[in-house]
Design a protein around this ligand. Structure first.
Ligand SMILES: Cc1cc2nc3c(=O)[nH]c(=O)nc-3n(C[C@H](O)[C@H](O)[C@H](O)COP(=O)(O)O)c2cc1C
Length: 433
């Protein structure tokens, strides 16, 4: 019998995904001003659970309140106690109500922390993001003690996630956040044990995984989200990625999710970045054009001893089934379609639909030079942030138990999101102990 998206998968930890479709991590922005889980998380994940994906991965949960990707992130830091475990348990109950595996993505935003949260974010080295718009501050180099606290933080989050009933944690080492920036020779210019050769640049990721494994134990799933490449000249390359996979093979990692890019080069959304493209994916087949990291996943698959989840662009039933049948991917990550139609996995699994919607192809601030391919950098960036804001607004509607609104304008969504982030940041600062 060929493997299809309906075939269950059991991992080394013993965790079983009832099918191969996994809701990829998507930041919810729904935490209260003290970065705690709210009822809105439960409403949202109950709806995603009803969509019947075999696995649900949370949006990034941060280990440090000064390093958020958004003010509405959930945080598990040293102040978390029984009360937070109680709130997390309610989230777990909703997400697991229909049998999906539920995994917490754990992260530290590093230099991609917005200025609204922290104008001087901690990073491997003082290398600022090359982005227009002034949304991000000047990073400062972390001390060795601060780096050790990050390892502790990943361990703490794992321990609490386990206590609250999560099935696993995913260490976020992709998309330019702290662990990903340590991997990058462009962002990491350190000359100590945490920088230089890949072995040093990957030390923080390896230590965080080891600590999570210690805190979670053998029967708790610890996975990693990793870039196939950063797609920047002189950045984390595909060769580096293959070497890191080799290191992770020996650490008991349950599965690896393959993605790519960062804020400067947002390849995870298949959007043109702001710098000249580098190490372009060579899309030789229709399937690889659809799932844009699939060509990379093949070489990762040859190196990896653990199963692979591949995320980015999967929309057609045929493309998903072919990827799992050929073994190029063991799990299929799906993100954006679930922001509008939460029942997408169920419809794909039953064959009711041949493909999920491709909203991304229609999201633009305007036509021509006002579109995503504008030669004007700021407009191009605005289209990217605008589309992102559109998905955030859809998630807010779902979490309020309302229907999504596909007619929402991109500019309107972007402005609404910006207003919410600014007022959210005020409330967040006021709640600071
Ligand atoms: C609204 C939104 C929020 C996201 N937040 C996260 C996140 O918190 N962590 C993460 O690793 N990726 C995040 N991503 C990226 C997705 O996990 C995924 O890699 C990307 O959307 C490509 O998959 P897709 O083509 O199926 O949407 C986010 C994407 C979207 C659209």
């Amino acid at each position: 019998m060929p493997v299809t998206i309906n075939t269950p998968l059991t991992l080394q930890s013993g965790l079983t995904f009832p099918n191969r479709l996994v809701k990829a991590a998507m930041t919810e922005g729904l935490a209260d001003p003290r970065n705690r889980v709210t009822d809105a998380h439960s409403t949202l994940y109950r709806r995603w659970a009803e969509g019947r994906a075999g696995g649900l991965i949370t949006g990034n949960v941060q280990i440090d309140r000064q390093h958020l990707e958004r003010v509405g992130n959930v945080v598990i830091d040293a102040s978390a106690g029984d009360h937070e475990i109680g709130l997390l348990s309610r989230w777990v109950a909703a997400a697991k109500s229909k049998g999906a595996a539920f995994i917490m993505q754990v992260s530290h935003a590093g230099r991609q922390t917005p200025k609204l949260v922290n104008p001087r974010p901690a990073a491997p080295s003082p290398v600022a993001l090359g982005l227009p718009g002034g949304q991000f501050g000047e990073p400062r180099a972390m001390t060795q003690d601060e780096i050790r606290l990050v390892v502790e933080g990943f361990g703490r989050a794992t321990r609490l996630a386990k206590q609250a009933g999560f099935d696993g944690v995913q260490v976020h080492a992709a998309h330019g956040y702290l662990l990903s920036s340590f991997l990058s020779p462009l962002a990491n210019r350190r000359e100590d044990d945490w920088g230089g050769p890949l072995e040093n640049r990957a030390r923080l990721l390896a230590d965080c995984v080891r600590e999570a494994k210690i805190q979670g134990g053998a029967a708790f799933s610890v996975s990693v989200k990793l870039n196939s490449a950063d797609f920047q000249k002189g950045g984390f390359s595909h060769h580096d990625c293959l070497m890191v996979i080799g290191m992770l093979n020996g650490l008991g990692v349950d599965f690896v999710e393959i993605s790519g890019g960062n804020y400067e080069q947002p390849r995870m959304m298949d959007m043109d970045g702001l710098e000249p493209s580098f190490e372009e994916p060579k899309h030789s087949s229709t399937r690889e054009r659809e799932a844009y990291f699939l060509s990379y996943a093949k070489s990762v698959q040859d190196r990896a001893s653990m199963p692979l989840m591949v995320t980015g662009g999967f929309r057609t039933l045929a493309g998903m089934n072919a990827a799992v049948a050929t073994g190029e991917a063991d799990l299929i990550g799906i993100g954006r379609p679930l922001c509008v139609d939460t029942a997408t996995p169920k419809k794909l699994l039953s064959g009711e639909i041949e493909a999920a919607d491709r909203w991304e192809s229609r999201l633009r601030i305007g036509p021509g030079i006002f579109g995503p391919n504008s030669p004007i950098k700021l407009i191009k960036a605005l289209n990217g942030f605008g589309a992102q804001g559109w998905y955030y607004e859809q998630i807010r509607l779902l979490a309020a138990d309302k229907p999504a609104d596909p007619e929402l304008g991109v500019l309107q969504a972007f402005l609404a999101h910006q207003r919410r982030e600014t007022s959210g940041a005020k409330a967040w600062r006021a709640a600071m102990p």
